[in-house]
Design a protein around this ligand. Structure first.
Ligand code: HEM
Length: 221
């Protein structure tokens, strides 16, 4: 099966982050903002942890039902955009080229270098093992947040999904909550790193450096 590869086939005119990736990334960022803010509103109406209420000033929606409407709106944008991103990443070969493989040895040495503040950011065209792990991790958590969200929304219609969570509605709520918490943790680190290395941020807006046309992955047929 031949992979379509806009970055490698379009030659010198291609960018590090092709336009579809940039569009989907920023649509996702806005959708995520809506999902998390409205999710906090819904959560505050019936909390899981008695000690945890999200600040009303940061929650989206005038009241819980209003927050729910925002959540459903964000859900369609997030889910459709996410499916397009997954399809693009798989069929263009981008995931295989940029996010794979993740070497445990490189992961450990990259974490070590980061802790010693010796991590280089000269090469924008290559994600290090920590970046790869974070991106693959957040993509998988995004998928789980949709699965658990669908189960919360329609537990009877998606009873097979509910069975994945031991047929326990409270478990689904907890998993959905933990996905949100993990995504928030990712976003804090991700945005901090983007601000610390602004050229990565500029590249995600403008497309970044042109990548040479002859840049096939080592395993490419
Ligand atoms: C305002 C918020 C955000 C900013 C400023 C931002 C910034 C960036 C930047 C600069 C990159 C490129 C990194 C590099 O080249 O080293 C990137 C990539 C990425 N971001 Fe974000 N991001 C934001 C929100 C999010 C959110 C909410 C998610 C998901 C929950 C996300 C997931 C990703 C992923 C998966 C990639 C890799 C994309 C690819 O190469 O296919 N980002 N982001």
């Amino acid at each position: 099966m031949t992979a379509i590869s806009p970055e490698t086939e379009a030659g010198a005119s291609s960018r590090l982050h092709p336009l579809p990736v940039r569009l989907m990334h920023w649509v996702n960022a806005v959708a995520m903002f809506i999902m998390i803010g409205s999710g906090w509103k819904i959560y505050n109406d019936e909390v899981i942890f008695g000690w945890l209420h999200f600040p009303e000033a940061l929650a989206i929606g005038k009241w819980a039902q209003h927050g729910l409407l925002w959540h459903f709106f964000g859900m369609w944008v997030f889910a459709i955009n996410g499916l397009l991103y997954l399809a693009y990443g798989i069929f263009s070969g981008r995931f295989r080229r940029k996010l794979w493989p993740i070497s445990p040895r490189e992961l450990i040495s990259t974490i070590g270098a980061a802790l010693r503040f010796k991590l280089g950011h000269d090469d924008l065209t290559h994600y290090n093992a920590v970046q790869k792990s974070l991106y693959v991790g957040v993509i998988l958590i995004g998928v789980m947040s949709v699965i658990s969200g669908l189960t919360l929304w329609k537990p009877v219609q998606f009873s097979e999904l509910l069975a994945l969570f031991g047929n326990d509605f409270q478990t689904v709520r907890l998993v959905h909550f933990l996905c949100m918490a993990a995504i928030c943790g990712f976003v804090v680190i991700h945005v901090a790193l983007a601000l610390l290395v602004p050229k990565t941020l500029i590249a995600m807006i403008t497309g970044g450096p042109r990548v040479p046309s002859a840049q096939p992955p080592a395993s490419s047929p």
